[in-house]
Design a protein around this ligand. Sequence first.
Ligand SMILES: C[S@@+](CC[C@H](N)C(=O)[O-])C[C@H]1O[C@@H](n2cnc3c(N)ncnc32)[C@H](O)[C@@H]1O
Length: 242
Amino acid sequence: MQKQILLILRNYSKIPYTLKGRKKASQEWLVRQFKDPYVEKAKKENFRCRSSFKLLEINEKHKILTYGCTVLDIGCAPGSWSQVCIRAVNSDGFDKTKPKGIVIGLDRLPIYPLEGVTFFGNTDFTTNEAKMKILKTLNGAKVNCVLSDMAPNATGIRSLDQEQIMNLAHEVFNFAKEVSAEKASLLVKVWDNGEVGKFVNMLREHYETCKHVKPNASRSDSAELFILAKGFKGLQKIKHHM
Ligand SMILES: C[S@@+](CC[C@H](N)C(=O)[O-])C[C@H]1O[C@@H](n2cnc3c(N)ncnc32)[C@H](O)[C@@H]1O
């Protein structure tokens, strides 16, 4: 116990030095990083950031990334979900006669290259250009798993931020319908708000199952939550309501 306290104190003793001259929000962020076990774990396991553990946890439970599958990772920078994806779709121990999987990542920020992954950095998903880049790369192939960890830059105006993240979620869903293979999955980040229920109901028309998931690695004080839809029914099977 004493050893543990000493260790914590040693870690905290680094904090004041690093915090000097920073704004309050930045200080709070740093303190949280120091205390966060996933930050340390990500470093040890060579992941670009702690978010990797959210996807690892979801995949462990829901098996959305399988050997050989094609994945689209939207809002992928700095690339830790893509790292999880490429490991999963190309991991050994499976039937090596099957072709390896494909991972395509896109972000409006620049992205440092990652072996095996096709990245489109500096590309805003809401533009036509972004969709054309993805479609060209797919070259007619269908996607088995669409991921979106996109979040808009928060303005602090709650209603505006929520509207923006829901707009992104709808845009991802519309594109997923266009590119997904039958039985494909969709994982989309949203912020918990009144609009989420309507979104889930809409997804249920197109996917066999749809639920909320909140992995342990997702901070409990964050409104972030993921919508996981599985078993895409295919466009032709969707009933149109007149
Ligand atoms: C939480 S981060 C993603 C972290 C990533 N999943 C990982 O594990 O490395 C959210 C990302 O969404 C991106 N983003 C937000 N809006 C976007 C948009 N319209 N088009 C493309 N990327 C967007 C941001 O630039 C940011 O890099």
